[in-house]
Design a protein around this ligand. Structure first.
Ligand code: HEC
Length: 111
């Protein structure tokens, strides 16, 4: 009888622990999938760009520029006709790849 109860306990623990474990593993796999550039750009845009460029990148975003020109502006900044200017983000820890992802993200917002 005692053995049976112990087995039941182990079974119950496994029953609870396995789905939790599975969820943790699944979560980390999903995080890797959606992580990287896209999530990065989304979070960075919300934190550092949205206040000047708007929710849908509708402000201060000339879509006729080429990608390279836009990336250059993100990295080096740009003097606007009227303040505020576009800050240079290269010195604020944004590299060329991240700038590219941000430009792509801004363009996707405009579609
Ligand atoms: C303080 C306000 C401000 C912030 C913050 C800001 N920008 Fe800008 N940005 C501007 C202005 C103003 C211009 C347009 C300059 C001009 O052409 O007159 C601009 C231009 C740009 C351009 C080129 C398009 C164009 O029309 O010149 C890109 C791309 C861009 N910003 C991306 C970003 C990204 C990405 C971030 C966040 C990492 C960001 N900006 C943060 C103000 C800002």
């Amino acid at each position: 009888m005692r053995i049976t109860i112990n087995r039941l306990k182990i079974f119950a623990v496994a029953l609870i622990a396995l789905p939790v474990l599975a969820m943790v593993l699944l979560n980390s796999v999903l995080a890797q999938d959606t992580g990287g550039a896209t999530t990065d750009a989304t979070a960075t845009y919300a934190a550092k760009c949205k206040m000047c460029h708007g929710l849908k990148a509708e402000k201060n975003f000339d879509t006729t520029l080429t990608d390279d020109q836009m990336v250059e502006v993100v990295l080096k900044g740009k003097q606007a006709q009227r303040p505020p200017n576009m800050p240079a983000f290269e010195t604020k820890g944004i590299n060329a790849d991240q700038a590219k992802a941000l430009v792509a993200y801004m363009k996707s917002l405009r579609q």
